[in-house]
Design a protein around this ligand. Structure first.
Ligand SMILES: [Zn+2]
Length: 679
């Protein structure tokens, strides 16, 4: 629960809560073995590549790699994440556990004692919910809404999220300075869609949610009548006044800077003074995502009985800490948030969950040790060279675009020339030594980390942005584009096969890491990123005619993806996924032309396993995105996530590309009218 506002556009679905992991059967390899660039036994050649490229390339792989019971999906990202976690991270933790008398406040002490506190089930069971009782008592003692809002300022310091969230991050219109933001929050089911969609699967989830809340209340021995229905009713009212997820993709609409004093006019029922005082925050201005939401929230809180709101806050507190409370709470929470919502059948063993939790909560202290051990400096040079090649390919593409006029092309090239990159891990590490971690205080440890994060966030208010900061730990299998910094970032852990394989032929790497780099660069020029200039400020640099052309191309993409049904009753949300789809098409195009450029004037590489370099480029892309997924997760992804599900990240953009159709001789298979060229 990170409160610092990082406007980060990630490559892939960010990992789910620490409910799921996999059992560890893998052992560290005795020696480094070469990983094949592409294994043709994964293919199903009975399928026609032009009809279903995912099944053609990954058909046998999918058959032979069912989703483990402890997972909601299984693909390249999951496998690499599992290996990184269970071999490298576990190895680091095990080495530290073998050491004696570690200095208090050192990364080693914090990691090992947090791990021990997670593993010591006898203490966890003995303490019950007593570690959160003082906070619960404070909620119970509340007399009116004013007191409740003031108390929520204290709860929010612990990473708790009520109906509104307050965070600090770069000011989109003055990106070198930090600003305070206020947005919506506080939904147990995460997204408005889960409250209003009438599909039977969603009706079932809501019914199960009611049962889940009731059961959690009974485990805590709280005597409240129908808490589940009370919470669902309140959260449904809350959800219906919130922005839809695709609406939050418009950074111009989301930017409403007001004087802090104006909050009192928008929402007089909310005790802002009390909230800010307990939250520890002083600010003259705040950037509100949606003023109407603040107004409507005022009405909703005014018309809701205090007892209902107290019930709601108790529920959120209990649910937020369920993972670190006695087993019965974790197990029930897993049943709902793992099995019901994502189709995960089996719980992960406790030791696996301990590693995941330590990795999630102490990601940077652990990442410091990870980077020192596992990231060769030579990789930095290799990847930075690749980034510069893609930058050059992008420049060529911009010059050739037929839909964009010369003045906008100049501005686009300026922005392109200005972006920076980060590779591997941060140059400097923050001081985490004040986080007080104790081997027998699991809940308090979680709170201490949240408090450290909170203080770290408050220290930014009114200060310049630290442009060197990272928004992901080095051991994360992902990448991101940060538009307010005009930068792309590649953590150490993604620079491994199948994304980047030093032993592979170029074509496979161009379809893997190079297309991924192209994807991240293109985010600076997708429907959202294109609204920011080269200095990371939200400022229009487009001529009106070019802006209209770009929007029309986006509309074509939106309609194309919105027609795809991924499972019965659920289609891709063309608006929500637009930025990612533009980035995939852009990344593929850039990767492809960077490969062509790299072969210019050289002897053409011989086909490998009968595939030309162009064909292998697309095999490389499909290998990266191969994935099996539970139906529940698929439904969740299309309703809440800006990324198109993996199968259609392969099949959908390729059919738009004449380069793909040519490589596999699909001429006539797709109409020219389907082709879309944006970048
Ligand atoms: Zn992306």
């Amino acid at each position: 629960m990170k409160k610092v506002k990082f406007l980060v556009v990630a490559l892939s679905v960010t990992s789910l809560l620490g409910f799921f992991s996999c059992t560890n059967n893998s052992k560290p390899a005795a020696e480094v073995k070469k990983i094949p660039a592409f294994d043709i036994s994964t293919m199903d050649k009975s399928i026609k590549p032009c009809e279903d490229f995912d099944s053609y390339v990954n058909g046998n792989w999918k058959k032979n790699n069912p989703i483990p019971g402890t997972e909601n999906s299984w693909g390249s990202f999951n496998i690499l994440d599992k290996e990184t976690r269970e071999v490298k991270i576990k190895g680091i933790v095990n080495d530290l556990l073998a050491q004696n008398s570690l200095a208090k406040g050192s990364e080693a002490q914090q990691i090992t004692d947090y791990y021990r506190s997670y593993m010591d089930t006898s203490i966890i069971e003995k303490r019950g919910i007593s570690p959160i009782t003082p906070l619960l008592d404070k909620i119970l003692a509340i007399k009116d809404i004013s007191e409740l809002i003031a108390l929520s300022g204290e709860l929010d310091q612990l990473g708790f999220s009520g109906p509104f969230t307050v965070g600090v991050g770069p000011d989109d219109r003055n990106s070198t300075m930090n600003a305070v933001f206020m947005g919506q929050g506080g939904l147990s089911l995460g997204d408005r869609n889960y409250y209003e969609n009438k599909d039977s699967s969603m009706v079932k989830i809501r019914a199960e949610f009611v049962k889940h809340v009731d059961f959690m209340f009974s485990l805590a021995e709280w005597k409240v009548t129908d808490p589940g229905k009370t919470i669902l009713d309140f959260e449904t009212s809350l959800a219906l006044i919130q922005l839809k997820n695709f609406e939050m993709r418009d950074p111009v609409k989301m930017y409403n800077k007001i004087a802090s004093s104006e909050l009192h006019l928008l929402a007089p029922e909310i005790n802002w003074e009390g909230y800010y005082k307990n939250y520890g925050l002083k600010t003259d201005t705040v950037i509100v995502h949606d003023k109407n939401y603040v107004k409507n929230l005022n009405q909703l809180l005014k018309s809701t009985p205090t007892e209902v709101l107290k019930c709601y806050y108790r529920w959120h507190l209990l649910s937020a800490y369920a993972n670190v409370l006695p087993y019965a709470f974790y197990s029930e929470s897993f049943h709902f948030y793992g099995t019901i919502m994502y189709g995960v059948k089996k719980q992960r063993p406790r030791a696996e969950r301990a590693i995941i939790t330590v990795n999630n909560r102490l990601g940077m202290p652990l990442g410091k040790l990870f980077a020192a051990k596992y990231f060769p400096e030579s990789s930095k040079k290799k990847v930075s060279d690749m980034i510069e090649n893609v930058r050059a390919a992008y420049r060529d593409r911009i010059e050739k675009l037929s839909w964009m006029s010369a003045p906008t092309k100049e501005k686009a090239k300026e922005k392109l020339a200005a972006f920076s990159w980060k590779i591997g891990y941060p140059d400097t590490w923050k001081d985490y030594s004040t986080i007080d971690i104790q081997a027998d205080k699991l809940v308090e440890n979680s709170m201490q980390i949240s408090l450290w994060e909170h203080r770290d966030m408050l220290a930014r208010v009114g200060k310049p942005v630290d442009k060197k900061e990272w928004g992901m730990s080095p051991q994360t299998i992902n990448a991101y584009n940060n538009p307010t910094n005009n930068e792309i970032v590649f953590p150490a852990a993604i620079l491994q096969p199948p994304f980047f394989n030093p032993d592979a032929d170029d074509a496979i790497n161009y379809g893997g890491i190079i297309a991924v780099i192209g994807h991240e660069i293109t985010h600076g020029f997708d429907d959202q990123g294109a609204k920011y200039d080269g200095t990371g400020n939200l400022r229009n640099w487009w001529t009106p005619a070019d802006s209209t052309n770009f929007a029309a191309l986006g509309k074509k993409m939106e309609n194309y993806f919105a027609a795809i049904e991924v499972t019965k009753g659920f289609k891709i949300d063309g608006k929500l996924t637009l930025g990612e789809n533009i980035a995939d098409l852009g990344g593929l195009t850039l990767g492809y032309y960077a490969l062509e450029k790299s072969m210019e004037g050289k002897k053409r590489p011989e086909p490998i396993d009968g595939f030309t370099p162009e064909q292998r480029f697309f095999l490389g892309w499909a290998q990266v995105w191969r994935e099996n997924m539970t139906n529940e997760s698929l439904i969740s992804q299309v309703q809440t996530d800006p990324h198109t599900p993996a199968r259609w990240r392969i099949n959908a953009p390729l059919l738009l590309m004449k380069e793909f159709n040519e490589a596999f001789g699909c001429k006539g298979a797709t109409a020219d009218s389907m082709r879309i060229v944006i970048w």
